[in-house]
Design a protein around this ligand. Sequence first.
Ligand SMILES: [Mg+2]
Length: 234
Amino acid sequence: MKKYKHLYFDLDRTLWDFETNSYETLLDIFCKYNLQKSIENKDVFIEAYRYHNKKLWEDYGLGKIKKKELITKRFLVTLEDFDINLDSLPDMAKQMGIDYITISPTKTKIFPYTHEALSYLKERYKLYVLTNGFRQVQITKLKNCNLEQYFTKLICSEDAGTQKPKPEIFRYALKTVNAKKIESIMIGDDMNVDILGAKKVGVDQVFFNPQKTIHDENPTFEINSLIQLLDIFD
Ligand SMILES: [Mg+2]
């Protein structure tokens, strides 16, 4: 589709398989800290972590807590769910938080056809990453997965001072690379954050929906495999 020049990609759950990589990281942490001594099984731990992590990310998005606090607290409140009576619990949670952000970006599971789609698109369009993740973490992921080569620029919410789906971050993303919104398109997995966020500022969207979730929205395009990007952007 020749009207587009600028393609903005979300990273987590769009290219980088967040669920698998996060699961592997939490398993590593579960083993490293011998949590099997106190917690009946790994999946109970992981489920509790995910529950608290989601809530804390909402608080972070609302500006209620800082990044540093989020990193530790998601482990502290998870551990507090289990009867682990240790004076060293806060220190342990702090170290786990550091481990998580150190180990997780080194995991390299990406969605099928990521390289095929990006190498094809790179020859024809300007590609950017537009993510709510932390800059240093996202850079490490891109490098380890060998994805850095495809992108002209990595744009993080930290740089924009605001997060998707806020209109300001999309405007920032356009302005920083001198892109017109009519020539731009957002590709992402999150209906609210990526798709409705882009739509609100008049930027077209590709909804990546690998689970084929039912919804009532009307994105410009919808795909369930990244290989379909080759049909849209021929
Ligand atoms: Mg995402």
